[in-house]
Design a protein around this ligand. Structure first.
Ligand code: NAD
Length: 285
């Protein structure tokens, strides 16, 4: 698959992001360089990492050894939960830039709002990210796991709209309220755990559509996200699956089929990760 086939999504600051990328959550640090190299070879040009994943250095090594031009690869990282205070957030991004061995990232996100930590203040953290963008350390800044009320609050209090909200979205948790709130503010949606870490793949609707198109249930699910306009970065360390997950641009689903998959939503029951309202985990505490 040529990377030229991967569509881009336009963000509210005039930049673009490849709609398909490669996620490295749970990829062990010593396997990250190899996994990202495999993704580059399969045509991916967008890598989603985080300070919490502890594998930014492996992403940086893969970028260097790939010989790809920096401007041809889109790199996202995310602020760790222990680094929300403004001065600490600044130092944390500097550390990420050193680990990744780059002078800027393409996208820097607040990983979790942590509304029950830091006295409920995620607004000063957001303001700090917007300053870091103004200084050129991140081309775009955004948030992750922000519910509609979290989004509204940072926009109301700073007047600055994030480029992206990265949230859990897959057929068993379509997360429509957060998607719609993002869309209304012109915030692009990134769908994390796009195949629910495999939990959706045995679903009869996905199996039926996979048979119809000669694709796998994973490919049908990823295509559903593409049809809905969300940005995705499935994770795999298996080279065949890395290729399979990118081989989704030679077929399309009908609007009815997209709706059938959307109807698989189980609401909160389908959530695989923590709820952003109550998640309060801070490393080392
Ligand atoms: P995912 O939905 O991408 O599923 C990954 C797992 O599914 C793999 O470990 C593998 O077991 C299986 N798999 C992958 N491809 C397959 C295929 N073709 N066929 C069968 N099984 C397959 O889950 P994820 O890794 O949790 O999410 C993707 C990315 O989203 C992460 O790597 C990370 O970058 C991001 N993420 C962000 C947050 C956040 O809080 N912002 C949380 C979780 C994940």
């Amino acid at each position: 698959m040529a990377s030229a086939q991967i569509p881009t999504v336009s963000l509210n600051n005039g930049t673009t992001i490849p709609q398909l990328g490669f996620g490295v959550y749970q990829v062990p640090p010593d396997e990250t360089e190899r996994a990202v190299q495999t993704a580059f070879e399969a045509g991916y040009r967008h890598i989603d990492t985080a300070q919490m994943y502890q594998n930014e250095a492996g992403v940086g090594r893969a970028l260097r050894s790939s010989g790809l031009a920096r401007e041809d690869v889109y790199i996202t990282t995310k602020l760790n939960n222990d680094s929300h205070e403004p001065a600490v957030a600044r130092a944390a991004l500097e550390q990420s830039l050193r680990e990744l061995d780059v002078d800027h990232v393409d996208l820097f996100l607040i990983h979790w709002p942590l509304p029950t930590r830091y006295g409920g203040d995620y607004v000063s953290t957001w303001r700090t990210l917007t300053e870091l963008a103004a200084e050129g350390k991140a081309v775009s800044v955004g948030v992750s796991n922000f519910h509609p009320e979290h989004l509204k609050r940072i926009v109301d209090e700073t007047g600055i709209v994030p480029a992206i909200n990265q949230i859990e979205v897959h057929p068993y948790l379509t997360n429509e309220a957060a998607r719609l709130a993002s869309g209304r503010l012109d915030v692009a949606v990134e769908a994390w755990s796009p195949i629910a870490q495999g939990a959706v793949l045995g679903d009869p609707v996905l199996v039926e559509l996979a048979e119809k198109y000669g694709k796998t249930p994973a490919q049908v699910t990823l295509r559903w996200h593409i049809e809905r306009g969300d940005i995705i970065f499935p994770k795999s360390v298996t080279p065949e699956r890395v290729k399979e997950n990118a081989d989704i641009f030679d077929f399309s689903l009908t609007p009815d089929e997209v709706n059938r998959i959307t109807a698989l939503d189980k609401g909160e029951e389908g959530r695989t990760g923590p709820n952003p309202d109550t998640f309060d985990w801070i490393p080392g505490l």
